[in-house]
Design a protein around this ligand. Structure first.
Ligand SMILES: Cc1ncc(COP(=O)(O)O)c(C=O)c1O
Length: 433
């Protein structure tokens, strides 16, 4: 793995985790990553089986916990994010949930930016409280809001890089400093930026999450999530994190931050794999792991075009007489630009949102009229997509909460794809006209 770290991003996107196909499949010497469609793996003998379960030896046991195709995906993503380890799971949603319950127990709190993907907001606002974990929401435009919300019980701060759907951008470094001064980790959902545009670990992010369903997969063909551990957060001897410091009765009395030897730095991911994933079971299928590997191979190229097309769409909409406002973090006039431009040196992502002068009804009419652009609930596809979040993906959030998060009722969300820009603009034009 150490040699692989010297390669550039584009090279790692193609080869990360599988530089030597002799190692991954010495029998067939397959160049492409094989799909290991198996539920379980032979033990060499009883001792081998016992050693694997006791973590005395690493190796495959059962595909709910690990799989060789998934392993290559995890190694590739750890390299691309410059983390020490990664864990792929069945969806971005389970990646978020497992990250939180890997740290928090009943009575604990997290502080989260309020401008979240609707499903994450609902999980934080309605589901986590069922487990006795409470979430304080703050507006992330001023990092000090996170500091003011800290209490003795706070176990983590949670943000999205570019928030879904309002496209605000949070000052990651400033929030990371606040988290670290309080002795807690910063968890960053970087779905909208991908490692091709931003690597949150460089700015103090401790745990990075992606819904791979979006740009990493890139073709709208599979659901999956991944969590990357920076290896930087010191869980050992931090009294806030008993789950990492006290013997775990559910796993041979192991103390996750102490007893893993060389792997202690990856304690977060190892605990998540062997406690949350093993016992709650939201594993990724080998086929979907393969789909994501395939997508990641072209991620850097695709992101360049997503960003270029989105910038052109943002400029076009800004000049259209029927459009009342446009948000794109790459527009110099955008409120997110001053912070986003310090972080996003390779482009500002593929999302553009806007409102029409004639309001919500006109937005709905626009969505009904687009022809090339697909009306559906996803982002990050190679094809351009449109949605009205207030009545769909974010509709479970009460309207006043939507407004607090900056989600206006008329907001139309566009995920700009890889079609020729002339065709995208022509479709927008005919729908607006
Ligand atoms: C920013 C963000 N995080 C997480 C998720 C959840 O991912 P998934 O749909 O893969 O469960 C989404 C889904 O839209 C998202 O936009």
């Amino acid at each position: 793995m150490s040699d692989q770290k010297t390669y550039k991003f584009e090279t790692l996107a193609l080869h990360g985790g599988q530089f030597n196909c002799q190692d991954t499949d010495p029998v067939s010497l397959s160049r492409a990553v094989p799909v290991y469609r198996t539920s379980s793996y032979l033990f060499k003998n009883a001792q081998h089986a016992a050693d694997l379960f006791a973590l005395k030896e690493t190796g495959n046991i059962y595909t709910r916990i690990m799989n060789p195709t998934q392993d290559i995906l995890e190694k590739r993503m750890a390299l691309l994010e410059k983390g020490v380890a990664a864990l792929a799971v069945s969806s971005g949603t389970s990646a978020v949930f497992y990250s939180i319950i890997n740290i928090c127990s009943t009575g604990d709190e997290i502080i989260s930016a309020i401008n979240l993907y609707g499903g994450t907001y609902t999980m934080f606002n309605s589901i986590l409280p069922q487990f006795g974990i409470s979430v304080k929401f703050v507006t992330p435009d001023n990092p000090e809001n996170f500091r003011h919300a800290l209490t003795e019980k706070t176990k983590a701060i949670y943000i999205e890089t570019i928030g879904n759907p309002v496209l605000d951008f949070t000052d990651i470094k400033a929030v990371a400093d606040i988290a670290h001064n309080a002795g807690i980790p910063l968890i960053v959902d970087s779905t909208f930026t991908t490692p091709a545009l931003l690597r949150p670990i460089a700015y103090g992010g401790d745990i990075v999450i992606h819904s791979m369903t979006k740009w990493l997969g890139g073709h709208g063909t599979a659901i999956g999530g991944i969590v990357i551990d920076s290896g930087n957060f010191k869980w050992a001897n931090n009294k806030k994190f008993l789950l990492f410091n006290e013997p775990d009765d559910s796993y041979h009395g192991i103390r996750w931050a102490h007893d893993l030897g060389d792997l202690n730095t990856a304690a977060f991911i190892i605990r998540m794999r062997l406690v949350a994933l093993r016992n709650l079971g939201a594993c990724i299928s080998p086929d979907n792991a393969w789909m994501f590997l395939q997508g990641i191979e072209t991620l850097p190229l695709r992101m360049e075009r997503h960003c270029e097309n989105a910038m052109n769409v943002a400029r076009y909409l800004s000049s259209h007489p029927k459009v009342s406002w446009v948000r794109y973090p790459g527009l110099e006039s955008d409120p997110a630009y001053p912070v986003a431009s310090n972080y996003l040196k390779k482009g500002f992502g593929g999302m553009v949102v806007f409102g029409l002068k004639e309001g919500k009804k006109a937005g709905e009419a626009f969505i009904n009229r687009v022809k090339l652009i697909s009306h559906l609930a996803n982002v990050g596809d190679a094809k351009s997509l449109a949605l009205h979040p207030a009545s769909t993906s974010h509709s479970q959030i009460p309207e006043e909460e939507q407004l607090k998060a900056g989600l206006k009722p008329e907001l139309v969300r566009l995920s700009i794809g890889l079609e020729h820009i002339d065709d995208i603009i022509a479709d927008l034009k005919q729908a607006l006209d």
